[in-house]
Design a protein around this ligand. Structure first.
Ligand SMILES: [Mn+2]
Length: 432
């Protein structure tokens, strides 16, 4: 099994040894504080250790904007090297044991070798992402005017076949879900018949849904705008919900935090999808203006806390079938992607632990008593708790780094890859 780990156990032990005494003191202090509030810190450590966030394979390459991309030395050039970088994130942070592959960017001739390579790095595979938003070499039909919602049945058939191929590859990798995001839409008023386009999408998705293997789920990812800039076929959670409902119980909605109108209440959308039994999972990121794909928690950590407040509430109420899949989906334009992924996974963990600290009985009582400030105060109290010792202790116990960013910087990993990965990467990393 995991016998090809990129960071040595001796190096990690050395890094942790310098920090462990202070961590234990901080942990004890926080534990006493939390005990007064009725929370057991050891239980929080267990809970955060159970949280899993997938890394998309494209996330370890530097992202870019439509203007430019600035690659860094030592970037991964193939899916095999991407997995090595994902393994570093997991080894140090211990929150990201799976990767979410993308086809055709991650296509390989020997899928079993890829699975073995991942296992040797201590990684498994999460949801497969299909791509019908760009044309591939040798492809029979163009997606310029759409894919699953295209007016031409031959283009739709090609897009369906690609998604079925993604399922076939995913089965061999050990995936259990297919995420479908389509770029279909229009750039001009009148260009596309709104109703007919959506009907075509649902019909095509039915063909994919019908071929889902046992135990698989189909995630529908909506997106308000871009690349289509006048209308998008699956633009919002309402459209996504209706489509998932029409497809069947194994079709669920995926919430990418950046895929909404700027002022939309995302945590309420999350609550609605939970209530309707259709929350499939998340693509975590942060934003300031639109679909910015900034690092999770970088701009507005309170927002991700509020999302987790809904998730923890659903879990506490034991909502039937509640099992969301978590993934980071960000564009690392100016950072070393490994650093961004380490910090972003920690941001997800932090929001989760803080949401676990909300006194749900007191919150329910404040809501019933029409006490707006009292209710808000309960959330604020949880959100401003510094739970870093919980995250650090969880990592230490799981074999990771107490301070994963510092350990990564001290490891010299990127400098090593810069020496060994000298050729140009093939293809451009992208994001959805
Ligand atoms: Mn996404």
């Amino acid at each position: 099994m995991a016998d090809r780990l990129p960071i040595s156990a001796e190096f990690l032990a050395e890094q942790n040894a310098a920090l462990e005494a202070h961590l234990r003191a901080d942990f004890e202090h926080l534990g006493a504080q939390l005990e007064r509030r009725g929370a057991a810190i050891d239980r929080l450590v267990d809970r955060v250790r159970g949280l899993r966030v997938a890394i998309p394979t494209w996330g370890v390459g530097t992202g870019g904007t439509r203007f430019a991309r600035f690659p860094i030395p030592g970037e991964p050039r193939s899916i095999f090297e991407k997995l090595e970088d994902c393994a570093v994130v997991q080894q140090l942070g211990r929150a990201t044991p799976t990767v979410s592959p993308h086809l055709p960017w991650d296509r390989v001739d020997d899928v079993d070798a890829l699975r073995r390579h991942a296992a040797a790095l201590g990684l498994g595979f999460d949801a497969v992402n299909s791509n019908t938003f760009q044309d591939q070499q040798g492809q029979g039909h163009s997606y310029k005017y759409g894919s699953l919602a295209h007016v031409d049945p031959a283009v739709r058939a090609q897009a369906v076949a690609h998604n079925l191929d993604c399922i076939a590859v995913g089965e061999r990798l050990g995936s259990k879900a297919l995420t479908v995001w389509i770029a279909d839409g229009s750039n001009f008023p009148g260009q596309q018949h709104f109703a007919r386009a959506l009907d075509r999408y649902v019909d095509a998705m039915r063909e994919i849904y019908a071929k889902l293997p046992d135990g698989w789920r189909l995630f529908l990812e909506h997106k308000l705008y871009e690349p289509a800039l006048y209308s998008t076929v699956v633009a919002d959670w309402g459209t996504s919900y209706v489509c998932a409902e029409r497809l069947g119980p194994r079709a669920q909605c995926l919430v990418d935090l950046g895929h909404h109108a700027p002022t939309v209440n995302v945590e309420q959308i999350v609550a609605r999808l939970i209530q309707f039994g259709k929350l499939g999972g998340f693509h975590f990121n942060d934003s300031k203006y639109g679909d910015d794909d900034l690092d999770t928690g970088a701009v507005d950590p309170f927002r991700i806390f509020l999302v987790f407040n809904e998730l923890v509430d659903a879990e506490a109420r034991e909502v039937d079938g509640f099992d969301p899949a978590y993934m980071l989906d960000q564009s690392h334009n100016v950072t070393d992607p490994i650093e961004s992924l380490i910090e972003s996974a920690a941001a997800v963990q932090r929001a989760f632990v803080q949401a676990l600290l909300v006194d749900r009985d007191a919150l329910g009582a404040a809501q019933e008593a029409n006490d707006p400030l009292g209710a808000a105060q309960l959330l604020r109290e949880a959100a401003r708790t510094d739970v870093e010792p919980v995250l650090r202790m969880s990592r230490l116990g799981a074999g990771g780094a107490i301070d994963p960013l510092a350990a990564y910087r001290a490891s010299g990993y990127r400098a090593r890859t810069a020496e060994t990965r000298t050729a140009e990467p093939t293809g451009r990393p992208g994001i959805v």
